[in-house]
Design a protein around this ligand. Structure first.
Ligand code: ADP
Ligand code: MG
Length: 569
């Protein structure tokens, strides 16, 4: 082999390394995928200094013969892809044959491997892309790869590395992802001589997630009933309402067993939560999505785990509906999630602010003071059939600091947010009023409203949305409408504003939004509106409010997804 060729290869590998190896975690990813492709049942990862000085990945997979081991370090050497047609149906992780030579070109690289059934093993040392030696090496079957002194051979790239802590965090996240995705493999992760986790193999998903990510997930997650539709399948663990995070780091979606980053799917997941999640928050989740591999593009970038969906609309729909259904079957709201993170929830509660106006109005009172004969129909939703245990034994202690009240419960102390609770009750009540006669009040002075043509079209298209909620809003020639009656719960003084706001909302949603989406948006707006009246609640009011809240379908959060109460053990 001439000197020129070796140099060209080395440089080519270093250039490829620039693409594949952004950071130490990318090396870990490549090595893990190789170990998994090699059928390992046990994988151990160890690193020091964020992986910059030392990185080891060891497996009990098929191993390689001495010849294969040498081959594996050649560029484009792969045992996984023979011709271009294979690309379509590829299920293994690697297939480019680029990872090992790239890694070896930018580290001090030791490969020790012993093929299954072989008498002995072999060791190859490559330093910054320059082969140093190959020799016999006694070892158990499997493969051990050590990559040291990352980017020593390419100092220019070293300065792009972040602090040890940051790089370590990326490695830990990476190993956690693969460990979660591969239940038949036992993983061990060691950081700076300390064991971060050991995941046992072949235990239930929740046990595994608890071992890998932390015990708190046991309380925060519930099992999504496995769902199939055509070629799509979804299963895994999902956050109970009330459990949320401010980053996506624990909102994890595996596509065909591969951890991926796919915004479309994350949004579909968030959509499934609807009002049960605060804006800007993410639900912890470990979801396994199965799809015909030809319906996705996995090869967007070699180092990233981004995928693209080919029929995004159908897939998103399936995702959102499955999640919404799972959340709708009232998995008995479990407060233990809230208990585990009172700080986060408290912060979230505090974000309501503590304005001095006390917004209590109608619905928590047992006799709803409606002027109209239909008053009976303006009832609060009947109790849900299976009432969770937390429904009983709340005793009001008193007002704490506006707008919080305190309850003593069998489990401890509850900090209760009246305004949030109020909104939740109203929201569900307005949605359930559907199909019933809502109590209405005639306007003493009918209001004429003029809208722009787009809004008029949207209103026409929205059908009887307003009517069902107790509004008489009739076309009055041109682009004007006449408002002659409003629901009893609405302050006549606010009627015009409310109709304008909700008309704008209907317009904003556009013609593609379904009836249900319109109703939900409408109810959301109304629920916020319905609490504007200033009124100091009595203790009886608050106690009744709490009772009603607990009968709601989704008592843990207000319709904007913020907590209605927190329980401290
Ligand atoms: P790719 O994974 O894309 O094929 P790599 O450079 O990552 O390319 O690996 C090259 C080849 O080396 C693989 O195709 C495989 O045959 C072999 N190999 C790599 N790592 C292992 C391992 N841990 N156990 C067994 N064989 C391995
Ligand atoms: Mg590979």
């Amino acid at each position: 082999m001439s000197l020129i060729r070796i140099l060209a290869d080395r440089v080519a590998n270093q250039i490829a390394a620039g693409e594949v190896i952004e950071r130490p975690a990318a090396i870990v990813k490549e090595l893990l995928e190789n170990s998994l492709d090699a059928g390992a049942s046990r994988i151990e990862v160890e690193f020091h200094h964020g992986g910059k000085s030392y990185l080891r990945v060891e497996d009990d997979g098929t191993g390689m013969t001495p010849d294969d081991a040498l081959m594996a370090l050649e560029r484009h050497a792969t045992s996984k892809l023979r011709d271009i047609d294979d690309l379509q149906r590829i299920r293994s992780f690697g297939f480019r044959g680029e990872a090992l030579p790239s890694i070896a070109s930018v580290t001090r690289f030791t490969l020790q491997t012993r093929a299954r059934g072989a008498v002995g093993g072999t060791e190859i040392l490559v330093n910054g892309g320059i082969p140093a030696h190959q020799r016999d090496h006694g070892m158990p079957e499997g493969t051990r790869i050590v990559a040291e002194h990352l980017f020593n051979s390419v100092p220019a790239r070293r300065k792009f590395l972040r602090t040890d802590d940051t790089e370590a965090a990326h490695i830990v996240q990476c190993v956690r992802l693969y460990a979660t995705a591969n239940p038949a493999v036992a993983f061990t992760l060691i950081k700076d001589a300390r064991v971060i986790f050991r995941s046992p193999k072949n235990v239930s998903l929740i046990e595994r997630v608890a071992a890998i990510w932390g015990e708190q997930f046991k309380a925060e997650l519930f099992e999504l009933p496995p769902t199939r539709r055509d070629d799509l399948g979804l299963s895994g663990l999902l956050a109970k309402p009330g459990a949320s995070r401010s980053t996506r780091a624990e909102t994890i979606i595996f596509v065909n067993g591969r951890p991926v980053d796919c915004r479309a799917l994350t949004y579909a997941l968030l959509e499934g939560y609807r009002t049960q999640l605060p804006k800007g928050k993410y639900p912890p989740a470990f979801l396994f999505f199965e799809v015909d591999p030809s319906r996705i593009d996995v090869n967007v970038h070699p180092a990233k785990r981004e995928i693209r969906l080919k029929d995004e609309y159908r897939i998103r729909n399936f995702f959102t509906e499955t999640i919404a259904t799972a959340l709708g079957q009232p998995a008995a709201p479990d407060l233990s999630a809230a208990l585990k993170m009172p700080d986060a929830l408290r912060a979230s509660l505090a974000s309501y602010g503590t304005g001095s106006k006390f917004p209590m109005h109608l619905p928590y009172k047992d006799s709803v003071p409606l002027k109209h004969a239909h008053a009976q129909s303006a009832h609060i939703p009947a109790p849900a059939p299976a009432e969770p245990a937390l429904n009983t034994g709340w005793r009001l202690i008193g007002r704490w600091r506006h707008p919080y009240w305190l309850f003593e419960t069998p489990g401890g102390l509850v900090l209760f947010h009246v305004r949030a609770a109020h909104r939740r009750i109203w929201y569900e009540r307005l949605l359930e009023a559907e199909g019933e006669t809502t109590a209405v009040q005639p306007m003493l002075m009918p209001i004429t409203l003029e809208f722009d043509p787009v809004t008029c079209a949207a209103l026409a298209q929205a059908g009887d949305l307003f009517k069902r909620q107790g509004f008489s809003l009739e076309p009055f020639g041109g682009n004007t409408y006449r408002l002659t009656a409003i629901p009893a719960w609405l302050d006549p003084q606010q009627a015009e504003d409310f109709v304008r706001e909700s008309a704008a909302l209907v317009r904003e949603q556009g013609p593609s939004a379904g009836v249900r989406a319109k109703e939900e948006a409408f109810a959301l707006l109304a629920a916020a509106r319905a609490v504007r009246r200033d009124d100091a609640p009595s203790e009886t009011d608050v106690a009744a409010l709490a009772k009603r809240l607990l009968r709601c379908q989704t008592p843990l959060t207000c319709p904007e997804g913020k907590p209605t109460y927190v329980e401290f053990p």
